[in-house]
Design a protein around this ligand. Structure first.
Ligand code: HEC
Length: 133
């Protein structure tokens, strides 16, 4: 009887701790971590976009988008800005990497798409204000 009583008393504490560990920690990490342009976003641009988005690259020649710098990214294409700070859904940058556009402008153009993790970094960076941080 003593053992059974002990198990019953311990269960709610265990259940609450398990719930906190599973449900709250990931949400906290996602909501509070600040994405850095220099450390998180630019290295992906360098690997997956720059080849075409600099002078004489096909992407730069077709759209005018120069991704060598933060300033170039924020300036956008010859048609205008591709980033609306604070609003990832309205930002063309996020639409083309998430493949929410016409397939002819999915980015990286005719290449393997970015990983989910890379796409989330771009999205959070825009949602957090698209800062030069
Ligand atoms: C293999 C070359 C290539 C790579 C790599 C590439 N692009 Fe492009 N990009 C293009 C071309 C070509 C266009 C013009 C597409 C068109 O308008 O037909 C373009 C256009 C764009 C546009 C403008 C789309 C519009 O609204 O018309 C954005 C934004 C863009 N690229 C972002 C990126 C990003 C971000 C990456 C990296 C994740 C990337 N590109 C990688 C070739 C490339």
């Amino acid at each position: 009887m003593r053992t059974l009583h002990h198990v019953h008393a311990a269960f709610p504490t265990f259940a609450i701790l398990a719930f906190l560990a599973i449900a709250m920690l990931p949400a906290k990490a996602v909501a509070q971590d600040t994405v850095s342009f220099g450390e998180d976003v630019f290295p992906v641009i360098e690997l997956r976009c720059l080849e075409c988005h600099q002078p004489s690259g096909t992407g730069y020649e077709a759209s005018g988008l120069d991704l060598r710098t933060y300033g170039g990214l924020m300036k956008g294409t010859k048609h205008g800005s591709i980033v609306t700070p604070g609003n990832a859904f309205e930002s063309n940058l996020i639409a083309v990497i998430d493949q929410r556009t016409d397939p002819t402008i999915w980015m990286p153009h005719q290449r393997r798409r970015l990983s989910k993790c890379e796409r989330l970094l771009f999205r959070f960076w825009v949602s957090q204000g698209a800062k030069n941080n």
